[in-house]
Every structure is written in structure tokens, then in C-alpha cells.
Design a binder for this molecule. Structure first.
Ligand SMILES: NC(=O)c1ccc[n+]([C@@H]2O[C@H](COP(=O)([O-])OP(=O)(O)OC[C@H]3O[C@@H](n4cnc5c(N)ncnc54)[C@H](OP(=O)(O)O)[C@@H]3O)[C@@H](O)[C@H]2O)c1
Length: 226
């Protein structure tokens, strides 16, 4: 198995999703980790955040999916715990929509636009909404690419340039557990994995060391939170 890593231009990722700064290929590439991220939107606000965190991975995948080994390839979307923080606050219809494995791309795009227009942005002026969109996009991609293992994850609260000043204590190395699991381990297609590498619900949060989510329709927060 080989890893396809990519570094994209900011503008091309957002605007076209088809230009690559550098692509390192060896043998036939398998996993496509998609991990650009913008949390604050100092420039461009919610539009910039949605473009980077939701549309960026969508366009990246569409541009590069043909390079992934169809037999054992994987797509790993780097989402965040804020996805479930956003979704747990929504009404029943929205929770049902964002966890429906049969949701279409059009339905998701339309609802994200509606939520953004209503100012229902979640943490970080759109960061929450964008990551909720990305976890639901993961289910759409799992259905669209039935031969590929498509998952999403949270790395945890990690000390990186994006979280500078917010008090994150864990190192980037400590933030790799869920990535390694999703890239190489045994995982369930379309699912979301917490920072400890265990499958986690979307309509409530799950703390590390709590039981793994089994896929039940209405997860009980008491089971998954300390
Ligand atoms: N750190 C955490 O606590 C945490 C928690 C949950 C989820 N995440 C997610 O983890 C992923 C990696 O974030 P990180 O913490 O490692 O932050 P980071 O070190 O700041 O990396 C973010 C990366 O995204 C790139 N980027 C930002 N806007 C972009 C755009 N418009 N087009 C293309 N690339 C763009 C940045 O490029 P430049 O180098 O050019 O700035 C940078 O390489 C993100 O998806 C983030 O949301 C992080």
C-alpha cells in the first residue's frame, strides 16, 4: 500500500480543486487523507470556512479519486469534534438529515446553504457547520465510492498553528491516533472516528475512553460522555 500525500495551493483547493502543488506517488497510491483546515475565517468569514473545510475536501476528492487504488483505497476526511457539538444542538429533522446514509449531495449542499444563511454556524463562525457538513459528506462519499473505505475523524484538541492561543496541550504526534486507524486499521465505511480511534456518534459527542459507538439510531449522551 502506498500513501498519496498532497500539498495544495490555498486558492486552488478552494476554487478549482484540480491543481496540485506537489504530488508524491509511489507504486499505486491508496489512501487520500484530506486535512486542510480553517477555523477562524479572519478573511472571508463563513464563506471562506465552508469553502476550505467542506468544499475543499469535496473538490479534492473529486479531482483525485481516480488515482486511488479501487481495491483497497481509502479516503479519510479530517473533521472535528465540533461536528457533533453542532449537530447535538439541532432539531430532530436536522439530526435525521445529517445522519441519513441516503442523503444526497444536493440535499446536503442545500441545507448547508440554508443553515449558513440563517446564521446557524456553530463554533468558530462556521467551523462547526463546515465540519458537520464534512462528516455527512463522508457518508455520501462512502455510498458514491463503494469500493473505497471512506471515513472521517477528529484528531483531538491538538497544539498546531490553527489552535495557537487556545491552550491545546496535545502534540501533533498525539493527534495521529485516529488518522492511523482510519488510514490503516479496521473501520466501518462512512463512519466518524474520535481522537482515540474509536467510532463515535454524530448527534452527541463522545469523550475518549468511553465505549465505542455501535451505530444505534439515537445514541444516548450518557453512554458516551464522562
Ligand atoms: N488542531 C486541532 O485541535 C484540531 C481539532 C479538530 C480538527 N482539526 C482539523 O485538523 C486538520 C488539520 O489542522 P491542524 O490543526 O493541523 O492545523 P494547521 O497545522 O494550521 O494546518 C491547517 C492546514 O490547512 C491549510 N489551509 C488552510 N486554509 C486553506 C485553504 N483555503 N486551502 C488550502 N489549504 C488551507 C493550511 O495551509 P497553510 O500552511 O498554507 O496555512 C495548513 O496547512 C484541519 O482540518 C482541522 O480542522 C484540528
Amino acid at each position: 500500500m502506498a500513501l498519496l500525500t498532497m500539498q495544495v495551493f490555498r486558492t486552488t483547493c478552494v476554487c478549482a480543486g484540480s491543481l496540485v502543488k506537489s504530488v508524491h506517488l509511489s507504486d499505486s497510491p491508496s489512501p487520500l487523507p484530506s486535512g486542510v483546515g480553517l477555523a477562524h475565517g479572519d478573511v472571508g468569514g463563513a464563506d471562506a470556512i465552508m469553502n476550505t473545510n467542506y468544499k475543499g475536501p469535496l473538490r479534492m476528492t473529486e479531482a483525485f479519486v481516480g488515482l486511488i487504488d479501487p481495491k483497497e483505497g481509502r479516503i479519510v476526511n479530517t473533521s472535528s469534534g465540533v461536528a457533533s457539538m453542532w449537530l447535538r444542538e439541532q432539531d430532530a429533522a436536522t439530526k435525521a438529515l445529517y445522519t441519513n446514509p441516503d442523503i444526497t449531495q444536493e440535499q446536503l449542499d442545500e441545507d448547508l446553504k440554508k443553515q449558513q444563511a440563517a446564521g446557524n454556524l456553530g463554533m468558530g463562525a462556521g467551523y462547526g457547520l463546515s465540519k458537520a457538513g464534512l462528516t455527512t459528506l463522508t457518508m455520501i462519499q462512502a455510498k458514491k465510492y463503494p469500493n473505497l473505505m471512506v471515513t472521517s475523524l477528529s484528531p483531538g484538541f491538538i497544539d498546531t498553528p490553527m489552535t495557537k492561543g487556545f491552550g491545546a496541550k496535545l502534540s501533533p504526534e498525539q493527534g495521529c491516533i485516529s488518522s492511523i486507524k482510519c488510514l490503516l486499521g479496521e473501520v466501518t465505511r462512512g463512519s466518524y472516528y474520535g481522537s482515540d480511534g474509536l467510532r463515535s456518534p454524530l448527534t452527541c459527542t463522545r469523550d475518549p475512553r468511553m465505549p465505542e459507538y455501535k451505530g444505534e439510531a439515537d445514541p444516548d449522551p450518557k453512554v458516551y460522555n464522562n
